[in-house]
Write a protein that binds this ligand. Structure first.
Ligand code: TPP
Length: 540
């Protein structure tokens, strides 16, 4: 076995199912082995941000590793934002980068694609990955690969592996998986005692589930735990889509001033808020109507548990949930009654112009008739509109908030799960990475894309309406679809929207782009509530 084959087998053994990538001369040797060995399928895209987002999406939707393969310098640097997003939102992406050969480093010449020093790239990726290795020693490589992949899964954060181009065919031993780290059972028991004690005395305990619950494959267990404890469950904005297929007392998504008043009241009046696997960020908490005192919460995330001023280190989320389940037997009397929220439905298919909330209605009608689709959403009003769509699997950059995620993430979703995705994207974000749709034809992907075209960076306009630079031109996206190998249609009325969605769901094998014309300044109900709420609390 050579070094790259050993690496590919290890990736597969750690849960990777495919590789997204774009080669370059520093990467050609290892890409050749990826293709010829057929250990993992390779999907090439057009621009490295798309590669990073698609790989990230595979990890988010399936659990396990996502793999993004690029070339040195121009390729890897082009993917920094996508890897930063994965780091911020705890997605285990393995970055593979080709690199200068060991011999080239001593040539005395600057190498093309070199930014400053030959290791500038490694240094930059150190900031946005939790472990790194340059595979410049074939004897050490198996242990190094095992360590890095274990770090990736344990932390649910990206890692960086650089492959010097003259190393790829070096003979190499297979990678042996690292044994899981030992857990201090006494500390775990004390920690669970304290959590259960706090929940027991709370009059209004609430469990808020965050993305780590999904990253560590704990959705069913957390649903079971919440049932046994009789705890109502909410997700954060970032955690939207979690637990949708589990039998959990799921009340809704906490969005503070932007959310449903019942959910906001439940969370903000809780005297036992249990934040499980949550990202404690401004998008999740700075929008509170009533300030949440985080010191009063129980927090379990990033491998540690904090209760007030107590902190338990080395508490992996999975071990914590297992230990809680082992202790809590369940009490049917405690079952929390969940009032099911009625999402907007029943689009009136008339000649009126389309508002974002009409899109939510149309999608809810579609789901009612044909079943739910998983959603990949970009940032923008499309993501606020997604909060008005029936709970379904959702991947979106709800915290890091990078534009450009939606389309490539949808492709990653379909590649890894085989499910047809619904992609929600604004015109500004589509201008960044929408062209990746041109790759659908080669791979047989057929997402349905709802492009919210308000000819505007509308999210920005809402906060600074006086600026003219947020106006965008009207690009003919619908017409471009045919050239990219899909079907495109522009809709401007609610009747046209319904007809287009009906046709899209019935047409398989080609991507379906529905360019929805939305008048500038028309917001979804949720974004309008968010803007009004933020203005209200900022003038308090
Ligand atoms: N660049 C990136 C990569 N990400 C960002 N979040 C921004 C810039 C800043 N930004 C946030 S929202 C936004 C911009 C430029 C406008 C989004 O426009 P669009 O995708 O059309 O959605 P809309 O706001 O109109 O709903």
């Amino acid at each position: 076995m050579n070094l790259v084959e050993s690496l590919l087998h290890a990736l597969k053994d750690h849960g990777a199912r495919e590789i997204f990538g774009i080669p370059g001369d520093f990467a050609l040797p290892y890409f050749r082995i990826i293709e010829e060995s057929e250990i993992l399928p390779l999907y090439t895209l057009s621009h490295e941000p798309g590669v990073g987002f698609a790989a990230d999406a595979t990890a988010r939707i399936r659990g396990g590793l996502g793999v993004a393969a690029v070339t040195y310098g121009a390729g890897a640097f082009n993917m920094v934002n996508a890897v930063a997003a994965a780091y911020a939102e705890k997605s285990p992406v393995v970055v593979l980068s080709g690199g200068p050969g060991k011999g080239e480093a001593s040539s005395g010449l600057l190498l093309h694609h070199q930014a400053k020093t030959l290791d500038s790239q490694l240094q930059i990726f150190k900031e946005i990955t939790c472990d790194q290795v340059k595979l410049d020693d074939a004897a050490r490589a198996p242990a190094d690969i095992a360590r890095v992949l274990a770090s990736c899964l344990r932390n649910s954060e990206p890692v960086y592996i650089e492959i010097p181009r003259d190393m790829v065919r070096e003979p190499c031993a297979p990678v042996v998986r690292e044994a899981p780290r030992a857990i201090d059972r006494d500390a775990l028991a004390a920690c669970v005692d304290e959590i259960l004690g706090r929940l027991d005395v709370a009059k209004r305990p609430v469990l808020m589930a965050g993305v780590e619950v999904r990253r560590f494959g704990l959705e069913e267990k957390v649903a079971d735990l919440s049932r046994r404890l009789g705890l109502p469950v909410v997700t954060s904005f970032m955690g939207r889509g979690l637990l949708t297929d589990c039998d959990a007392p799921l009340v809704g998504t906490y969005m503070g001033v932007a959310g449903l008043p019942d959910v906001t009241q439940l969370v903000e009046s809780s005297d036992g808020l249990f934040l499980l696997g949550e990202i404690i960020s401004d998008t999740n908490f700075a929008v509170s109507e009533t300030r949440i005192d985080l010191r009063q919460t129980i927090q379990a995330h990033n491998g540690q548990v904090t209760l007030g001023y107590h902190m338990y280190a080395n508490m992996p989320l999975a071990a914590l949930v297992d230990e809680m389940l082992a202790r809590v037997k369940g009490n049917a009397d405690k079952a929390f009654p969940v009032a099911h929220y009625q999402y907007p439905k029943g689009l009136v298919a008339d000649g009126e112009t389309i508002a974002p909330t009409d899109i939510a209605k149309a999608v809810n009608d579609l789901f009612a008739e044909h079943g739910r689709l998983p959603i990949a959403s970009d940032i923008g009003d499309c993501l606020f509109t997604a909060m008005e769509i029936e709970q379904t699997a959702l991947i979106a950059p709800g915290y890091y908030a990078t534009m450009g995620f939606g389309v490539p993430a949808g492709l990653g979703l379909q590649a890894t799960s085989g499910q047809r995705p619904l992609i929600l994207v604004g015109d500004g974000a589509f201008q960044m990475t929408g062209w990746e749709l041109g790759n659908c034809k080669r791979y047989g992907w057929d997402p349905i894309v709802l492009l919210f075209n308000n000819a505007s960076w509308e999210m920005l306009r809402t906060f600074q309406p006086e600026s003219g630079f947020n106006d965008l031109g009207h690009w003919g996206f619908a017409e471009m679809a045919a050239g990219l190998g899909g079907d495109g249609v522009r809709v401007s009325t609610r009747a046209e929207l319904k007809a287009a969605l009906d046709k899209a769901i019935a047409t398989r094998g080609r991507f379906q782009l529905i360019e929805v014309t939305i008048p500038r300044g028309v917001l979804s109900t949720t974004l309008a509530r968010f803007v009004a709420g933020v203005k209200r609390i900022s003038t308090k």
